[in-house]
Design a binder for this molecule. Sequence first.
Ligand code: FES
Length: 244
Amino acid sequence: MKLNLNIWRQKSSKDKGHFEKYTANDVTEEMSFLEMLDVVNEDLILSGKEPVAFDHDCREGICGSCSMVINGDPHGPEKSTTCQLHMRSFKDGETLYIEPWRAKAFPVVRDLIVDRSAFDRIITAGGYISVSTGNAQDANATPIPKMDADEAFMSAACIGCGACVASCKNASASLFVAAKTSHLGILPQGSVEQKGRVKKMVAQMDAEGFGACTNTGSCSAACPKGISLDNIARLNRDLLKSNF
Ligand code: FES
């Protein structure tokens, strides 16, 4: 099939940026979205033009780096990462608009690549366990209720891609921060430091320039890993408790 692409081109964070039109020919349904962009880039390179810069690493839905907005949806129309999105989700002759994440805290580095190091700094502020846990214990040494283990695991599924921020009208990082504080705070090993952790990570989120949460829920709807809004409710409760 053939697709009409409007791709955001921007040389650096200082450049204004603009859409450029491209045609993707010979696209097969089995191709992933990134493979389609690879073909577009091969054509650009062969004709002596600059290829489109886009982030990717695992191409398996694990690393979260393949961030881009496709026709207004972070990661495109399916509930998956862009690397796991296949061209069978599009129709022959369709026109697509491909843009980087739009958020003050995620400045564009080049074309579709944004700087997501704000997330790293939020994790550095408190997304860890600093108590010494000694050697690896026997799995049954600290019994954990099944529901707690499942909830912590589901929160830990966050890959930090930033689709939550890109989908939010306030560019809030609340779902990301809530997932990271939940997966540690639900478990006994992480609950000890939860009060300080929540305070520090929320303060860093604000300092990075992310907006506030107004409970729209677009973050959870756009999340390729289905991180639940319950995490934000838990984050707000933990933040309140941290003041007492
Ligand atoms: S490239 Fe790793 S999640 Fe898409």
